[in-house]
Design a binder for this molecule. Structure first.
Ligand code: HEC
Ligand code: HEC
Length: 211
């Protein structure tokens, strides 16, 4: 008899993968269903607040992170948040802790937490380096505005970057540019490829001060 292990393993992988894809599709459908309905959004965000108590240790209870490498989730588009959760769960985005953490969340938790954080306001930062911000604004207008929007608030597919943590921003931009593998996105790799370290510094100073 031929060795059947490869077939068994391949089947198992396919089943596991399709079940995780199906689960995510369920979460996406649920979110889409809730989003049209103000009362349902409010109820979901209310239970998301409770389920997010552990996330708050790093991301801040109101989604404004106090840890430099940890992103704010406040004000982020809920569809974008759910998509990043999917990427962690399926290994398309690399962060050992987040990959494990996200796998234990139920579909309801994912949707409710995304809705809770999306509703929280982003705290503004103190004034900062105005000259550097002006240089960052030029780059932003030339490159980033096209997708992230005039106010840097993104949409369902594109991140809100306005007011984001500066250390996280520069870490993330450098990863896209250098294609280190933690964040894989062809659009962001192309649109950062030509930036020097000092350009990233200026962009970060500008973007982290956007409201
Ligand atoms: C121990 C700290 C820690 C905890 C607890 C934590 N996270 Fe994170 N989270 C991180 C870090 C660090 C990143 C950034 C990873 C990277 O560099 O790409 C992140 C990124 C994210 C992102 C991507 C945001 C973006 O702007 O792209 C989402 C969504 C997220 N976390 C959701 C959650 C949720 C939901 C929970 C609770 C169930 C949680 N996190 C708990 C540390 C944490
Ligand atoms: C062609 C469209 C496009 C352009 C131009 C673009 N971005 Fe993006 N950006 C995206 C998309 C799509 C994502 C989500 C990628 C992912 O899932 O990792 C993203 C993600 C990001 C993130 C990660 C945010 C987070 O919390 O996860 C940062 C930071 C960012 N962009 C900054 C910039 C800056 C700064 C510029 C200008 C130099 C720029 N982007 C230009 C489309 C674009």
């Amino acid at each position: 008899m031929k060795n059947t292990w490869p077939v068994i393993v391949a089947t198992l992988v396919a089943v596991l993968f399709s079940s995780s894809v199906a689960a995510q599709t369920r979460a996406e459908r649920k979110l889409a269903g809730v989003l049209g309905n103000a009362k349902a959004v409010e109820a979901a965000a209310e239970s998301g607040k409770k389920s997010s108590f552990f996330c708050g240790n790093c991301h801040g209870a109101d989604g404004n992170s106090a840890i430099p490498e940890v992103p704010n989730l406040a004000g982020q588009n809920p569809v974008f948040l759910l998509e990043q959760i999917r990427k962690f769960a399926e290994g398309q985005r690399k962060n050992e802790f987040m990959e494990k953490m996200i796998r234990v969340l139920s579909d309801d938790d994912k949707v409710n937490i995304a809705l809770y954080y999306a509703q929280q306001p982003v705290k503004p930062r103190p004034v900062g380096d105005v000259a550097l911000q002006a240089r960052g604004m030029e780059w932003f207008g030339k490159v980033c505005i096209r997708c992230h929007g005039e106010q840097g608030r993104g949409n369902e597919r594109i991140a809100r970057i306005a007011g984001q943590q500066p250390t996280y921003l520069s870490l993330t931009l450098t990863r896209y540019r250098d294609r280190t593998g933690e964040r894989i996105d062809p659009l962001m790799a192309t649109n950062t490829a030509f930036l020097k370290d000092e350009d990233i510094k200026a962009l970060v100073e500008y973007v982290s001060h956007m409201k």
